[in-house]
Design a protein around this ligand. Sequence first.
Ligand SMILES: Nc1ncnc2c1ncn2[C@@H]1O[C@H](COP(=O)(O)OP(=O)(O)OP(=O)(O)O)[C@@H](O)[C@H]1O
Ligand SMILES: [Mg+2]
Length: 488
Amino acid sequence: MSESKVLVIDADEQRAETLATVLRFIDYTPVLVSSLGQFSLDGRSPQDWTAVILGQEEDLAALGRFAAWLKRDRLHPPLLVLTRYHEKVIECLGLDRSACLPLEYPVKYTHLGEMLKRAGQLHAEPESRVRVVAAIPGPTGNSALIRRTRRMVEQVAPYDSTVLITGESGTGKEVVARAVHAQSNRQERPFVAVNCGAIPSELLESELFGHEKGAFTGAITARRGRFEMAEGGTLFLDEIGDMSLSMQVKILRVLQERTYERVGSSRSIHCDVRIIAATHRNLEDSILKGSFREDLFYRLNVFPIEMPPLRERLEDLPLLIEDLIEAQVRSGHGEVRLSPEAVHALRAYHWPGNVRELSNLIERLAVLYPQNMVRAGDLPPRYRGQNVVMAPAAVDAVMDEDEEVVVLPMQASSSDAQQIELPRAGLDLKDYIESIEIDLIRQALQRSAGVVAHAAKLLHTRRTTLVEKLRKYGLHRDFDGGREQAKA
Ligand SMILES: Nc1ncnc2c1ncn2[C@@H]1O[C@H](COP(=O)(O)OP(=O)(O)OP(=O)(O)O)[C@@H](O)[C@H]1O
Ligand SMILES: [Mg+2]
């Protein structure tokens, strides 16, 4: 079967043979290539292989061409590079670290088997890929950006590599840190989070490393630090960009030597803790400003993961909303539902607070409208006001009829139709068109005070067609049928 093939590139033929034997043993079919210079890529696709193992390749030009060819496929199989060549390959080829993993040689059967199993999951059909990843803890969403993030999490999780997660506030940095831990071999051990920005710098050292009795005024008893609590597990250093320079030195030492001392003690304690750090700051800028140590940055930045802002993945809104509503139900709130035009209005918002802001909004709606359908007009003003305009006639209709406010996204007004900008993450065309249709029907009905025949005229459509659409979108309930009949 094609997905069980593994390409092995290695000039060391004896090592290549050994790798091939291991691969066959764990049920993969090796394809050996001693030099890429003699290997034609014509008629091949990166998807022909589950993974590519790279050992020694002298022909750097051919290797460069091969890497460029792989990179053209966004979901190309990972490159497993023997550790002694790993750093050099990353440097020369400009491949993403998440797609270029170090492989220890001699290889361990179980380790290689696990890596290939993960690579195989990513290799599956897009549909099944979604199902596979959905079962694993991690950030919700199905956009290419989030799929890529999940893929990075899966790839780095089994190693003890330090991970640096960057991204705006509320994008889900902690969600990702927890996912890395939950998918790692440390999952049974503690995940301990410390918000380095929230703890005063004079207390942070004792918070992280613990202290001995009498170490400072008020230290009545000895106390364990977060490193000790996280022993065997993962320590999440959140907002590391806010840490003082003197603490940065101490963290650097732990990363280098894996030892530290409690405050007030000279006894070194060895630790076995995986570090995941996060910050909303641009650490490279902080280095330039002198507020972050460059050496610590490189120690932390072994495997960077950047969380995309919500406005760049608006197509994830429906899934996120669904998840957040479920979370509200689990915490005892009534189930709230959002109408298509409410979701549409939310798509026009710029989400400065990202998923955290969305989560707060859903909680607020669950409190205000338990077991109810939320319409665009029910949303707090900033979510319908920022990028949306109200047709002036609709405002009059609201006054007269006490109907709900109908909002129409600015980009979607018919005169501006040519200015609609496709979000970077794309959109669901059918949903989008339907929500525009619903908005316009609502406006027409409001402008004609609920008289369907008049609204149909405004929309240049037949009355029966409009009635059909009202039923289809469940709008006939909003515009009271009795009044309609009386006036029609
Ligand atoms: N992709 C996601 N799927 C589900 N929930 C998410 C996702 N991203 C974030 N959240 C939720 O949004 C909130 C913020 O997430 P989180 O605390 O991980 O963000 P953060 O980037 O660490 O934010 P901050 O910088 O403000 O600390 C949490 O309630 C979290 O559960
Ligand atoms: Mg956070």
